[in-house]
Design a protein around this ligand. Structure first.
Ligand code: 0X9
Ligand code: CA
Ligand code: CA
Ligand code: CA
Ligand code: ZN
Length: 440
């Protein structure tokens, strides 16, 4: 097991400073055991370093002969506390010496997921993933900042397509994540998609063709203030909303998925009470996060035509594929013809075949008003779905499944997302009516 490379110490732009290049790393090992000494209390002149190479008692003694104190022993490495001069002397012995960031304070340690769930990405870690993906794949991935959260965090968007720097005339797709703070698995869904699309472009034929012919927008966290608040104490707070104070009350937080401007507050599917978990805010788009995303989507209207044709908004939990409207039990309603309803249902059922979720109209779950799905369809004509990810019920961990499930439960949606991308040029193909609707 490598040494804590992926630990929270290495996030947020902290870099590992290499003092001396490794000469050789021994290929043999000893069974040194976990001889952790008391952590030395370092004064300002002392720093912590990782030393790769020393594998025997003699070699470790040579390290301590420099004056460095060994804090921990691994099979072929040690952790030391040393002055810069001592660290250099250790490097002169032929070992790779890397400075470690200072240990986190109590407060810093708390500002993160519990250690057993460190596989989840906090907001700094998500930002680092986005920046890395974009830096490593400049031709097919571009980052945009589409606005700020209430507390001032960036609302990021990543565009994935061939010629990502050019606005080409290709069907566009919207994937949104984490409107609800505690639904952290949806951020991992975004990370999975970012890595999969960029990593498999050029090798996986289907992904290559889809990126060549569509423009995909991934908005990996619509509610960063809420996500960070949910984990800020080091244990989960069960938080759902954003962190904006209500104008009329002391309570904080608007439910972003009740704040969208189509039939906002119409139908008993949201609350006017600021302390409620489904508080809709004082007006549609009163939440800066919703306003920024709505402005972004409106900005995708080119020559009078909305470029985005289809989208998924990721939530947890329930293992459901949902489609609009949520504000009414009726299938058809103003702005929703039978063909349009049937297209939603057919696409939803197609996606549910591969991920095993239950497909249904969103009001079959319960009435919601001011949801993103209703706005994307009712206001912008975008075929729009909500995925409620793993688990199916509270048994699997509710909103907080262990990080061990992340690989299986994100890749589970791979086919469904690709199937939606397939249909982005003509969603009505799903009901065999491309001739009627897609200028066939
Ligand atoms: O209530 C919600 O906002 C979503 N469920 S959650 O448990 N993640 O909070 C469901 C929204 C479904 N409604 C529409 N898509 N209209
Ligand atoms: Ca774990
Ligand atoms: Ca393109
Ligand atoms: Ca375009
Ligand atoms: Zn949700």
């Amino acid at each position: 097991m490598p040494i804590r490379i992926s630990s929270p110490f290495f996030t947020g732009g902290s870099t590992r400073r290499l003092l001396t290049a490794a000469l050789l790393i021994p290929l043999f090992t000893t069974t040194a055991g976990d001889a952790f000494a008391d952590t030395a209390t370092a004064d300002r002149a002392h720093e912590r370093y990782e030393v790769v190479g020393p594998a025997t008692a003699q070699e470790r003694t040579e390290v301590t002969d420099t004056g460095a104190a060994i804090d921990g022993v691994e099979e072929t490495a040690v952790f030391i506390t040393a002055t810069p001069t001592e660290a250099e002397a250790v490097g002169d012995l032929g070992y790779e010496v890397t400075a470690l960031p200072p240990p986190k304070t109590e407060a810093q340690r708390a500002q993160d997921f519990p250690p057993e769930d460190s596989g989840y990405h906090n907001f700094d870690e998500l930002t680092e993933v986005v920046d890395t993906v974009v830096a490593d794949h400049p031709g097919i991935a571009r980052k945009a900042t589409i606005g700020s959260s209430y507390e001032g965090r960036d609302l990021m968007a990543v565009k994935l397509s061939d010629n990502a720097g050019t606005d080409e005339d290709e069907p566009e797709v919207l994937l949104t994540h984490a409107q609800h703070a505690r639904e952290h698995l949806t951020v991992e869904m975004a990370v999975y998609l970012l890595r999969t699309f960029t990593g498999e472009y050029g090798s996986d034929e289907r992904i290559t063709e889809l990126l060549d012919s569509r423009e995909i927008w991934i908005l990996p966290n619509l509610n960063p203030d809420g996500s960070e608040y949910d984990t800020a104490t080091g244990s989960y707070r069960n938080w759902r909303k954003n962190r904006q104070p209500s104008p009329e009350a002391r309570a904080k937080g608007t439910d972003l998925n009740r704040n969208w401007g189509h039939q906002w507050g119409c139908c008993g599917g949201s609350s006017s009470v600021p302390s409620s978990p489904t508080y809709r805010g004082p007006a549609g788009e009163s939440a800066p996060e919703v306003g920024a995303v709505a402005d972004f989507v409106r900005g995708r209207v080119v020559d009078g035509e909305q470029q985005i044709t289809v989208g998924i908004d990721f939530h947890t939990y329930g293992e459901l594929v949902l489609w609009p409207y949520g504000y009414t039990y009726d299938e058809t309603a103003p702005g929703m013809s039978q063909d349009e309803y049937d297209t939603h249902a057919a696409l939803g059922e197609l996606m549910a075949e591969s991920n095993g979720y239950t497909p249904q109209q969103s009001s079959d779950l319960y009435i919601t008003d001011g949801s993103i799905n209703d706005w994307l369809w009712g206001d912008q004509g975008i075929f729009s779905f909500t995925f409620e990810m793993y688990p199916g019920s509270a048994v699997g961990g509710g909103f907080y499944p262990p990080d061990e499930v992340i690989p299986a439960e994100t890749s589970r949606n791979r086919e469904a997302v690709l199937d939606l991308l397939d249909h982005a040029d003509c969603p009505q193909r799903a009901i065999g009516k491309e001739a009627d609707h897609c200028g066939g």
